[in-house]
Design a protein around this ligand. Sequence first.
Ligand SMILES: *Cc1c(COP(=O)(O)O)cnc(C)c1O
Length: 422
Amino acid sequence: MTQFSYCGGVLFCEDVSINDMARNVGTPFYCYSAEALEQNYRSFVGAFDGLDKEICYAVKSNSNQAVIRLFANLGAGADVVSEGELRRALAAGISPDKIVFSGVGKSRAELTTALEFGCGQFNVESRPELELLSAVAADLGKTATVVFRVNPDVDAETHDKISTGRAGDKFGIEFEQIGEVYARAEALEAIDARGLAVHIGSQLTRLDPFLAAFEKVANLINDLRMQGYSVDRVDLGGGLGIVYRDENPPALNDYAEIVQTVFGDMKLALTFEPGRRLTGEAGILVSEVIYVKESGGRRFAIVDAAMNDLIRPTLYDAWHDIDFVVEKTAETPLSPIDIVGPVCETGDVFAVQRAMPEIDAGDLLLFRSAGAYGAVMSSTYNSRPLIPEILVKGDQYAVVRPRLDYDQLIKMDIVPDWIFTG
Ligand SMILES: *Cc1c(COP(=O)(O)O)cnc(C)c1O
């Protein structure tokens, strides 16, 4: 992202020096570029010019209120997967009719809340969910607008843990069962069945799996129409990959072209649910090196961020490019080093035997492409306070989530009066 580039040997986010920011905010912290977020959104929308579409930002990739609000201001709806995300989207000003409720395990309480708020679309993932939604909607005297998430049995060719569209994955309704479920929906008065949805995984770097899934869904829609059902919507999910290392993710125009080819003449309203593609490259994580040590024939840089702040490397063996905030003046040869956090887990590793110039204690490092599935996945494991999120716009920046202080952290627990406290 050009919004993160060096000026005079120091990394800037737009017009703000990350070095100055680190001094003011303290490390570690996340930093997002508003311009990058906006640019990503505008490019996404622009690729589908002329199509009947709704862009529902996948809130789970980065659910900060400032980020959701920024997309809302640009016209986005939201794709949410829990009541918490639903409430976040509403709080950030997204109108309920532009909210899509996805997820394999929506509870009765969540369905009730969503119906009460007037949620625009429920992406139903099973027959029992359909029955429960119907019952809850009937009780409330409401009608639920529904599309059914199809499991197309397509391998997204991405990391195992973020593949969602293979037979045997927990997501969606089996291809063969859609007709039956659709027929059932037609018989339910509180259900307005409008079409299908598909989302086969995340960080897809090739178009073929999208094409395969989309073609299956298009065929299914034709079948349903031939059986006399009206189908006027299709939700194509998210999943477009970004650059973490040397990936070559599909260009938006090429993706748009397959959408156009498959669905262009089908008279369907399209929904897209991009997450990572909008937020991933628009954010970095900044961390300071605490110690450098040698042990067992390996060199380690121990940094002040950890797996509780950014779990992707631990969870998915994910690669993040790592650079210095202040470029080294004397070029040193690259040598392998493990970059690790302070958490008491061997899995708390950001990079294994990464070829890096000489790293010293006190150096500021940045982890690129950390805007998606970073801060949202953080925890307070090892009683480490949640770290700040900073949003930059031009030469100004704001703390959009403060560092959790230790008192707040401890006050979350309650000691019952039957435990002796002296
Ligand atoms: C996670 C998710 C998305 C967003 O995926 P990205 O890879 O971040 O674009 C969209 N739709 C559904 C149903 C999801 O679960």
